[in-house]
Design a protein around this ligand. Structure first.
Ligand code: GLV
Length: 436
């Protein structure tokens, strides 16, 4: 059996074998005739999994391990933000400026952090955000992540810009999934993706409104990413030696078929969009409020979530357009630099949302369970995490994603005990001391 699915735009019969075995197949003894990169990948993966489990005790440790494992260009795509990365830093720092108010001398044996979001009970108020290009981090990355996220009892949101078919990811997740939509390729192409997501059983559609153009991400330019995507073999050659230091990633990347395309964006000729086209396509993918009408019509039956709300005005518009939830988000600082931190926006926008009609979610800067509790205290029903689990995937595949989720879960539990709250529903504004 081929351990890696290499055909990108067709269903992968092998993928189910991979996921079905909890991806243990990666650890099976190699066959003599297997391509050398697959053997190399399998032989060196245990080192990274071991490092994840033994040496990663917070999300920042996973970040460092991902940076050691994957190539500079790939690591920086996930680490970086737009412009001067002011918003990227502010998102994190806003959480660090909050102090807790603890109530001591309370005793309970277990904590309850389950919440229900849009009719779906999840094991903690943490949902996996849509993250593009996960397949560049790890073979069949989206499916690997979805499988672990489903096992952790929460919702996986799949980005339009991912390298694995949405049907395969849904099957791998074995749990609730949301589909995030970009209008890349235009209306007809988007409707095709919406109908596929509906058919595959995605339970909510997440429409991102903050991407009229791709953010100006300078790390990509400093790292030569455009040359690596568009250049000739000769132009790419100087970048080759540094990838040798990232042996496990390199073997996995080529074993998985090299640079992914986008099978969830089926262009008019029926072919998937190729990776190199992304900048150009994003230029033409701006969404307007008028588009929400036909998107809702195509989606029809399920909840629509508007992601990228940054003002009270847009929150009100989202409610007018019937959003079942909004995600207060600045795209993790990857789009408009100098947009305020999402925690600040949450405090400002939250009180204007009619909670009977619309749930309030937020993302950006969440790196710990303590951060999750702060967001809950300021009125978020749940948070979305993106980098936190992507770092895990880059650090050690499914083992890394699992580690990221369990670190956050353990930290929520630990802080609830320290703070004296038995149920997540008791965490309110009085639980935090100051926002200075
Ligand atoms: C895509 O959504 C990205 O932020 O790169």
């Amino acid at each position: 059996m081929r351990p890696f699915p290499t055909v990108r735009s067709e269903p992968h019969p092998e993928l189910h074998a991979l996921i079905g075995h909890g991806l243990d197949i990666f650890r099976k003894p190699s066959l003599a005739l297997e391509p050398v990169w697959q053997q190399g990948f399998r032989a060196t993966l245990p080192y990274w999994e071991n490092r994840v489990n033994k040496r990663c005790h917070c999300i920042d440790d996973l970040r460092q391990t991902m940076q050691a494992r994957v190539s500079l260009q790939v690591a920086d795509y996930f680490l970086g933000g737009a412009g001067q990365e002011i918003t990227l830093k502010n998102n994190v720092e806003a959480f660090n400026r909050v102090a807790f108010n603890a109530r001591f001398a309370r005793r309970f044996d277990s904590v309850d952090m389950e919440v229900t979001i849009l009719g779906q009970k999840i094991s903690m108020p943490v949902i996996a955000a849509p993250v593009g290009s996960l397949r560049t981090l790890f073979p069949v990355g989206e499916a690997v992540a979805a499988s672990v996220i489903g096992k952790a009892g929460t919702i996986c949101t799949l980005s339009t810009l991912t390298g694995t078919r949405l049907e395969d990811v849904k099957e791998a997740a074995n749990g609730p999934c949301w589909f995030q939509l970009y209008l890349v390729g235009g209306r007809e192409v988007a409707v095709k993706a919406i109908l596929r997501a509906k058919e595959a059983g995605y339970s909510a559609l997440v429409l991102t409104i903050d991407t009229p153009v791709a953010g100006h991400r300078m790390r990509d330019h400093y790292n030569g990413t455009p040359t690596l995507l568009h250049g000739t073999l000769l132009q790419k050659l100087p970048y080759a030696p540094q990838t040798l230091w990232h042996f496990n990633w390199l073997m996995g990347f080529y074993g998985d078929g090299g640079l992914m395309d986008f099978p969830n964006i089926q262009l008019k000729d029926g072919k998937p969009m190729v990776y190199a086209d992304i900048g150009k396509q994003l230029e033409n993918s701006a969404v307007t409020w008028a588009d929400v009408e036909w998107i809702r019509e195509a989606w029809g039956y399920g909840p629509l979530i508007i992601k990228g709300v940054q003002t009270i005005e847009d929150a009100k518009l989202a409610m007018e357009y019937g959003a079942a939830a909004i995600v207060i988000s600045n795209h993790g600082g990857r789009q408009l630099d100098r947009s305020p931190s999402t925690l600040k926006m949450l405090a400002e926008i939250g009180p204007y949302v009619d909670r009977k009609q619309t749930r309030v979610l937020m993302d950006g800067g969440v790196r710990s369970g303590a951060d999750v509790l702060i967001a809950r205290a300021l009125g978020a029903d749940a948070v979305l995490i993106g980098r936190a689990y992507a770092y895990g995937l880059g650090a050690g595949g499914g083992v890394g994603v699992s580690r990221a989720l369990e670190l956050i879960r353990a930290d929520i539990s630990h802080h609830m005990r320290l703070l004296g709250y038995q149920s997540i529903n008791e965490v309110g504004r009085e639980c935090i001391h100051s926002l200075h």
